[in-house]
Design a protein around this ligand. Structure first.
Ligand SMILES: O=P(O)(O)OC[C@H]1O[C@H](OP(=O)(O)OP(=O)(O)O)[C@H](O)[C@@H]1O
Ligand SMILES: O=c1cc[nH]c(=O)[nH]1
Ligand SMILES: [Mg+2]
Length: 205
């Protein structure tokens, strides 16, 4: 399932993010805000159970989420998105997956993984602002499935068509995007994209 979330504020904020003159402070704030918007859309179908709640005046029916949520940021750039998701779901667990792309093969290289105990029963939300070839997200989906996870949502800000096809071919995935771009360039960067998200977030270039 693919959803390119169509909203004027998302379009406006993605445009600011793309701008090469947007500095790291504003860039980080925009990534967090866009993650919050995508979370709102991606959590619309979460299951609830009823729970009695006492207001100061009466007893009424309230609701709680049926299942625990785990946010899975792909390092480094996913970390800032995770902060945005946590603002909306503060009790979520966080499982970190450290990946970098080999510049020649464009395949992900794992350097860290720490997942919450009991993750197999949680709804997992993978976050990474850039979906280029899709290999990093695909690797993370495979890793989660090996741990027994069955419900996976993916939030990404900008995606290339090649990466979208790659991720959707994993099957039984909900993919939420803020923008679908034109293509990848020869170095595997998204066009028009926004450049290197990790470097812009953390000032490493
Ligand atoms: O869809 P893919 O082709 O796999 O590319 C996307 C990945 O590339 C970037 O990470 P990068 O490897 O630059 O590492 P970084 O986040 O540490 O900068 C980005 O944050 C994604 O994780
Ligand atoms: O365009 C791209 C592709 C991968 N990673 C990025 O940060 N940007
Ligand atoms: Mg990465």
């Amino acid at each position: 399932m693919l959803s390119v979330v169509d909203h004027p504020l998302i379009k406006y904020k993605v445009s600011l993010l793309r701008d090469k003159n947007t500095g790291p402070k504003e860039f980080r704030e925009l990534v967090q805000e866009l993650a919050m918007f995508l979370t709102y859309e991606a959590t619309k179908n979460l299951e609830l159970t009823e729970q009695v709640v006492e207001t100061p005046l009466a007893t009424t029916t309230g609701f709680v989420l049926c299942r625990k949520i785990a946010i899975i940021p792909i390092l480094r750039a996913g970390l800032t998105m995770a902060e945005g998701v946590l603002k909306v779901i503060p009790n979520a667990k966080v499982g970190h997956i450290g990946l970098y792309r080999d510049h020649k093969t464009l395949m992900p290289v794992e350097y860290y993984a720490k997942l919450p105990i009991g993750i197999e029963d949680m709804v997992c939300i993978i976050v990474d602002p850039m979906l280029a070839t899709g290999n990093s997200i695909r690797y993370t989906i495979d890793l989660l499935r090996q741990q027994g996870v069955s419900q996976i949502k993916v939030l990404s800000i900008i995606a290339a068509p090649e990466g979208i096809d790659n991720v959707l071919s994993c099957g039984d995935i909900e993919l939420y995007l803020a923008a679908k771009d034109e293509r990848l360039n020869d170095e595997g960067y998204i066009l028009p994209g926004l450049g290197d998200a990790g470097d812009r977030l953390f000032g490493t270039k």
